[in-house]
Design a protein around this ligand. Sequence first.
Ligand code: ATP
Length: 263
Amino acid sequence: MLTLKNVSQTFFPNTVNERKALRDINLHLDAGDFVTIIGSNGAGKSTVLNAIAGKIRQDQGSIDIDGKEVSKLGDDKRAQFVGRVFQDPMAGTAPNLTIEENMSLAERRGMSRGLGMAVNEAKRKRYREELASLELGLENRLKAKVGLLSGGQRQALSLLMATFSEPKILLLDEHTAALDPQRAELVTRLTKEIVDRHKLTTLMVTHNMAQALEVGNRLIMMHEGQIILDVSPEQKSGMCAQDLLDEFGKIKGGQLSDRTLLQ
Ligand SMILES: Nc1ncnc2c1ncn2[C@@H]1O[C@H](COP(=O)(O)OP(=O)(O)OP(=O)(O)O)[C@@H](O)[C@H]1O
């Protein structure tokens, strides 16, 4: 479903600020794979997601989604088949529009302009059903402005909006990191349910090793622009956070504290 071949990206090449963000990344996800990505700050995690979403054009290499090379498509075109949720609950929704207007826009993402926000009864019924699955009571607040929702509610809505047109690839970029523990747990649970229900092929970046082990069927670890560890479903099920730190230590040598990997 997703294949990255020899993908490299250098920001500000040949200057004092040169950053080799991705170094020859090779990654393949089968349909339905749910892969979590962990790694230190600046490892290249968000840059991988940006390259897949078309936010940046990688310098080298190819990206195939569902058998189609997408490197030449901009992010607006890729939005038809790539859903994304960001860390910032404000990023995925428009605060001054109502819940139903936001959902209508999300439904039409990547399509030509037109009656973007028009909502009829049939749509409303569908939105209510979708919102009811979140169990947050939002199905009764279709006409409420999204700016009035809590961070957790907005992030749950962003997740729903990113997934209800069943994207080929779902990208989650630390989407629970800005929430308090209780809301983060709720959004993590909803993520598992939604991904499972729609059988979405998913990449999720997280700094939380427990979460990276708890969700998804595969885990990759990045460091300095490379994938240094790819944990198979069989290995992942028996692993704990300390095992991940030990693996990192073995690959990179020396002792490593939890903080180093997490920060
Ligand atoms: N648009 C950009 N312009 C210049 N440099 C960038 C840009 N985006 C990322 N970088 C640099 O590329 C490297 C990888 O950054 P990236 O954001 O992908 O890391 P990350 O693993 O997501 O880190 P974090 O966990 O801190 O969010 C870093 O050195 C970063 O400063």
